[in-house]
Write a protein that binds this ligand. Sequence first.
Ligand SMILES: [Zn+2]
Length: 164
Amino acid sequence: MQLTLRREHTTNGRKARKHSAMNQNTNTATLETLKAEETRLAQVKAALKEAQSLAKWEAETRAINPQYVFGSVRKPTAEDEAALGHSHGRVCSIRCLSCGEERTVNLQDAKQVVYCKFCKKDADKAKSKTKRASKRLAGKSVADIQAEIEAAQKQLEALQGKVA
Ligand SMILES: [Zn+2]
């Protein structure tokens, strides 16, 4: 290209200068188009990267918490904000393990929340009941309790014998 231009310049200065200016315009236009396309490419690449990282996050979250609802990551709606009382960035949904209702949670809670608010209360109650029972029964054997049953039974029979 440069070689051709130089030759034209020497053979016919005026024509070559004109040609060169036209070329300059074409090159500028081409450069602008290239730059614009480059910007678009960067935007598409950024969107792709974000989508890939979201897909990875979703797969990881679902593997840890099967109650996570795929494709539920979103900017909080007014309803979401009302449900959360507050929100930091994006939110998502989990499907309650007990009743199947969807619950809005912050992204950072998606891996551990498995119940809706109502079922969570029930689950907590059941959990503390189990905890109390395990504390109460700690160190006791079935034989111990059977012995207690037997002793109480004897007392009961004795009382019933007196009454009868
Ligand atoms: Zn529920």
